[in-house]
Ligand binder design. Structure first.
Ligand SMILES: [Zn+2]
Length: 295
């Protein structure tokens, strides 16, 4: 990596403008292994980060495109039965490219999506973002929701969670938990991030355990299943954890009423959260969200 490239990576590692997921994508893109990437840059009181990021991108000769600002909210409290959200700041989406060639391919990709030519778009998108072709083909097939009927609810969501746990360094959905290409890619990405972004690597791979209360919110359900044998819930911590109220996805065999508060052990590592449920503490009747603003 060139000296200025390193400078850019150090900036990304230390900036509050990027979440872990975006830092990971940037570390891989700046290591030269991803032809293109897409990240969010968040601004609260750190507007200078936007200028610095763009200055360093130009200095390194990476073509980029930036979206107009959009607002974002965060949970600031649980007040009775209300989950209270407040406007926190703005974010910009950045498409980054190694060179003009990838930028031209990206424009082709966007126009294929506009023409609803999803199959061709997914193939080109997979190439741009460095996804294995076996996984891209599996992803295209999965567009067809009827194919989900071969899974039970629990099997399907458990598979998604498993893949998150097994492959914390990749951004695509693997064709299977045994996909050889993905196993190699995950190991390769891990080694690159460890070498090129050691500060971020340490933060990202560190395991943190918290004793918390979790509030059961909405249930995810996208398909027609062979069998409805599980419940994938969004759960919310009832207090800030590491500075934020967290919303995580948890697959349960047991059904809970919305608003149920459970004691739990929450293990955070990489970009996932493991939930070990304890006892039911209470039930919040009529749990609902109060959002003043949607961005
Ligand atoms: Zn695959």
């Amino acid at each position: 990596m060139q000296k200025e490239g390193l400078h850019l990576l150090r900036f990304v590692e230390s900036s509050r403008a990027f979440d872990n997921n975006c830092k990971l994508k940037l570390a891989l893109f700046l290591s030269g292994i991803k032809p293109a990437t897409y990240v969010h840059l968040k601004i609260t009181d750190n507007l200078h980060d936007k200028h610095e990021f763009e200055r360093l991108l130009r200095l390194n000769g990476f073509p980029f495109e930036v979206s107009r600002p959009k607002g974002f909210e965060e949970i600031v409290g649980i007040n009775g039965s209300k989950v209270v959200w407040r406007f926190k700041g703005t974010w910009h989406g950045y498409d980054l490219f190694q060179s003009r060639k990838q930028q031209a391919q990206f424009h082709e990709y966007v126009s294929l999506i506009r023409q609803r030519n999803h199959r061709k778009a997914d193939v080109l998108g997979g190439k741009l973002y460095g996804y294995p072709s076996c996984c891209v083909q599996a992803f295209i097939k999965r567009h067809d929701l009827k194919k989900l009927a071969k899974y039970s609810y629990y099997e399907f969501y458990n598979m998604l969670h498993d893949m998150d746990r097994v492959f914390p360094f990749i951004a695509h959905t693997p064709c299977s938990a045994k996909c050889r290409q993905t196993i190699l890619l995950n190991a390769n990405y891990k080694a690159l991030v460890k070498k090129n972004a050691p500060v971020f690597f340490k933060e990202y791979s560190g395991r943190r355990v918290h004793r918390v209360n979790l509030i059961i919110d909405a249930e995810n359900d996208i398909g027609a299943w062979k069998k409805k044998d599980g419940f994938d819930y969004s759960v919310i911590t009832d207090k800030p954890v590491e500075g934020h109220y967290l919303v995580v996805s948890w697959l349960s065999r047991k059904q809970y009423e919305r608003g149920t508060v459970l004691s739990a052990t929450l293990t955070l590592q990489y970009d996932y959260a493991l939930v070990k449920p304890g006892r039911v503490v209470r039930v919040i009747k009529d749990l609902h969200h109060e959002r003043k603003f949607s961005g």
